[in-house]
Design a protein around this ligand. Structure first.
Ligand code: CA2
Length: 149
């Protein structure tokens, strides 16, 4: 089986580093992709890194991950707080999923405190900015390598 992880990013994250640096910092999504590829490579894994502004596309990618990866890291962005369909897709593929948020969603507006994705996730990381992605890669690889041993 391939040593690949899907890293999926939801709506507006393509704007990272270009707008609202006060909330999300100056790191771009390309910078985060490079950090993820480097972290995965250092552990002997590869990452397929993607971003979409469309809920259905994210769901199609979660389904695709079933065949092409061993686990998923997802920042569902605003769909975190609205999408039953994303939770259903994650449950449907039975892959381990780590949910990542750049900001601490619990320290922000109350509508960001609830996640539809978290109940289906292995773990959740928020508030560590871009570092959260590489922490998630390390944790997911360790989880997969332990469960394989
Ligand atoms: O903190 C996170 O990673 C979020 O998933 C980011 C989402 C937000 O809706 C979630 O509550 C928390 C928003 C992503 C939008 O990113 C932008 C980047 C630059 C400019 C505007 C939006």
């Amino acid at each position: 089986m391939t040593n690949t992880l899907f890293v999926l990013n939801g709506p507006n994250l393509n704007m990272l580093g270009l707008r609202e640096p006060g909330i999300y910092g100056s790191t771009t999504l390309n910078d985060i992709r490079d950090m993820c590829l480097e972290k995965a490579a250092s552990m002997g894994w590869t990452v397929d890194f993607r971003q979409s502004n469309h809920e259905g596309v994210l769901i199609d990618w979660i389904h695709e991950a079933r065949e092409k990866s061993r686990g998923i890291i997802i920042n569902p962005a605003a769909y975190t707080h609205t999408s039953v369909a994303l939770q259903d897709a994650i449950r449907a593929v039975s892959l381990p999923v780590i949910e990542v948020h750049l900001s601490n969603i619990h320290a922000r507006e109350s509508f960001r405190h609830h996640s539809y994705v978290s109940p289906a996730a292995l773990g959740v990381i928020c508030g560590l900015n871009a570092k959260g992605y590489t922490v998630a890669i390390e944790a997911l690889v360790e989880h997969l390598e332990k469960s394989q041993a």
